[in-house]
Design a protein around this ligand. Structure first.
Ligand code: NAP
Ligand code: NAG
Ligand code: NAG
Length: 334
């Protein structure tokens, strides 16, 4: 049979069976995912509370912001890309009826931007009950530096949130009890980060492809544990989580050659609504009122990699972060 002839019915039925089989596998998998992914069902309200969420214009962050707006919170979306942020805000206001949703400009890879943002934030806001470090960058195979000369993935995913936390902490202390939520990843398990090794904390020269993201997510957990200790007496809890593999824009920087397999892989991922459930659980669950320094997955506590409990690493990362972020005597100390 030549390639241009219509296949006979026998071949047709084989194609049909294969296609049907693939769709069945995807369908069954998605049912399984829905059943196991964890859902935050509590109806806690957030009226009168203020939330600051980074990266609320896309993916998991946008769904998180929408849910918090539905619960009556004042939601500050700190975003880098203003046009998608304003669109997301309008969509959230329209679907929730909550007008109290505000977009503010923040580029977490730039210390100046974080300082400008914080100044404006503190000028406009009178309280801060919940801080969600959601924004994240996965420039997996690209070597890049921030404007401050810091490796871009670490700058965006760890150092930016570290500096931002410092600059808004005094308002949180005044609003306590308050919560800080750090969106990490299960990829921290395969991280090779060693804060004691020269160059690991700012890996511009010691660059390992594919490892930057994983290391930054490991740093997220070291940071969570150290911060939780330091904020205990102020009644501010700090917890981190893995949202689950989610079909968001996080995959956009993967090389073109990986985009085709990724397109298939995406059928097997959570959607952003499913992806935000653990963030909501950690941010809102009354069961976690006094729980701090823990790691969550699928709306349940989970065990992080044992290496995150290294106290020396937690302290070294903290001290080095203070230096790299150029915190001064005038800045708040945590
Ligand atoms: N999706 C997953 O499977 C998965 C798995 C584990 C962990 N996570 C984590 O989940 C979080 C949310 O990611 P997502 O999946 O929702 O991905 P996403 O759709 O790509 O959202 C990432 C957000 O981070 C923002 N962002 C990136 N760089 C920034 C910067 N320099 N300054 C300010 N904001 C910046 C993005 O803003 P722009 O729109 O301006 O780029 C975007 O709003 C991330 O921390 C990610 O590491 C995701
Ligand atoms: C880091 O995480 C990525 C996913 O972002 C994973 O595919 C990769 O195997 C990990 N890298 C290494 C070096 O283990
Ligand atoms: C923290 O909470 C406890 C119990 O709710 C309370 O007794 C204490 O005064 C609070 N401490 C601060 C610093 O707010």
């Amino acid at each position: 049979m030549a390639w241009y002839e219509i296949p006979n019915t026998n071949a047709m039925s084989i194609y049909f069976t294969i296609v049907f089989g693939i769709f069945t596998v995807i369908f069954v998998f998605r049912l399984w995912l829905k059943a196991t992914c964890g859902k935050f069902t509590s109806n806690v309200r957030m009226d009168g509370k203020t939330v600051l969420i980074t990266g609320g214009n896309s993916g998991i962050g946008k769904e998180t912001a929408k849910d918090l707006a539905k619960r009556g919170a004042r939601v500050i979306m700190a975003c880098r890309t203003m046009d998608t942020a304003n669109k997301a805000r309008d969509e959230i206001v329209k679907s929730t009826g909550n007008q109290n949703v505000v977009v503010m400009k923040l580029d977490l890879s730039s210390q100046q931007s974080i300082r400008d943002f914080s100044k404006e934030f503190l000028r406009c806001e009178t309280r801060l009950d919940l801080l969600i470090h959601n924004a994240g960058y996965a420039g997996v195979f690209k070597k890049a530096k921030s404007v401050d000369g810091i490796e871009l993935t670490m700058a965006t995913n760890h150092y930016g949130p570290f500096l931002l936390t410092h600059l808004v902490i005094n308002l949180m202390k005044k609003s306590s009890p308050a919560r800080i939520v750090v969106v990490s990843s299960k990829y921290h398990h395969v991280s090779t980060l060693k804060p004691t090794r020269e160059g690991d904390l700012n890996p511009i020269d010691f660059w390992l492809p594919g490892q930057l993201y994983n290391n930054s997510k490991f740093a997220n957990i070291l940071f969570t544990l150290e911060l939780a200790k330091r904020l205990k007496r102020f009644n501010i809890t700090v917890n981190c989580l893995h949202p689950g593999m989610t079909n968001s824009k996080i995959w956009r920087n993967y090389p073109i050659c990986l985009q085709i397999p990724l397109a298939i892989f995406k059928f097997f991922l959570k959607n952003s609504y499913e992806g935000c459930q653990t963030t909501l659980f950690v941010a809102l669950s009354p069961d976690l009122n006094f729980v701090s320094g823990r790691y969550f997955r699928n709306c349940r506590e989970s065990r992080p990699n044992a290496r995150v409990f290294n106290k020396q690493w937690q302290t070294i990362l903290w001290d080095e972060s203070r230096k790299l972020m150029k915190l001064t005597k005038q800045d708040p100390i945590i």
